[in-house]
Design a protein around this ligand. Structure first.
Ligand code: HEM
Length: 174
């Protein structure tokens, strides 16, 4: 019986990544449908304004962070243990890097979609006052969810670097 920790802790990564890819691909198809494309272009996409929040920001991040980065995290954790034969530094950090990243990207995506759609509607109604009043909330909210997402990345980097330090130091004085 191996003394190494069970790798099933990584299964949630392998569920979350395709789930975020699914949302990102549906988003990708919807944003290219002619009426939606025309609406996004009319509110500034991809260059700026509320349209930019929806395409490319929300679309890019749900795919690259939710899809690609979560998968990269799981593969890195799995390969470190499989190749070195040593456990990852902290299983708690494996869970923390997952949940902070998932909550962060869900918040980041929802915030970009909500403010992009609402401010876009105000823009087309020529109600810049309402758009500005709403946008006053955007800064603090996007900064908060970005930080939560960032914590997920930084816990992952820390866990990998501490694992590498343990693995390489053991290689030098087995
Ligand atoms: C904590 C993680 C991250 C945060 C908080 C974040 C935040 C942002 C923000 C605020 C912008 C918009 C800048 C602007 O107003 O134009 C941006 C742009 C972008 N980000 Fe991220 N990002 C993160 C991670 C990533 C990662 C891991 C990737 C790719 C692997 C990525 C790819 C991009 C791309 C491609 C753009 C440019 C989109 C465009 O305007 O064409 N981001 N990001």
């Amino acid at each position: 019986m191996s003394s190494l920790p069970d790798q099933r802790i990584l299964l949630k990564y392998l569920v979350a990544s395709p789930l975020f890819f699914f949302i990102g691909t549906v988003h990708g198809v919807i944003q290219i449908l002619p009426p939606v494309r025309a609406w996004l272009d009319s509110i500034g996409s991809p260059y700026g304004g509320p349209g930019h929040m929806i395409d490319p920001l929300a679309h890019a991040h749900i795919n690259v962070v939710g899809g690609v980065v979560l998968l990269c995290m799981a593969v890195t954790y799995y390969l470190f243990q499989a190749i070195s034969g040593k456990p990852v530094y902290s299983q708690r950090m494996v869970n923390h890097s997952f949940w902070w990243t998932v909550v962060g990207i869900t918040g980041f995506y929802s915030t970009l979609l909500y403010f992009g759609i609402r401010e876009g509607q105000y823009l087309l109604l020529d109600n810049s006052l309402a758009a500005d009043q709403l946008h006053a909330y955007y800064g603090p909210i996007i900064a908060t969810v970005s930080t939560i997402m960032g914590v997920g990345f930084w816990v992952f980097f820390t866990n990998v670097f501490l694992t590498a330090k343990a693995v390489f130091s053991q290689q030098h004085d087995p």
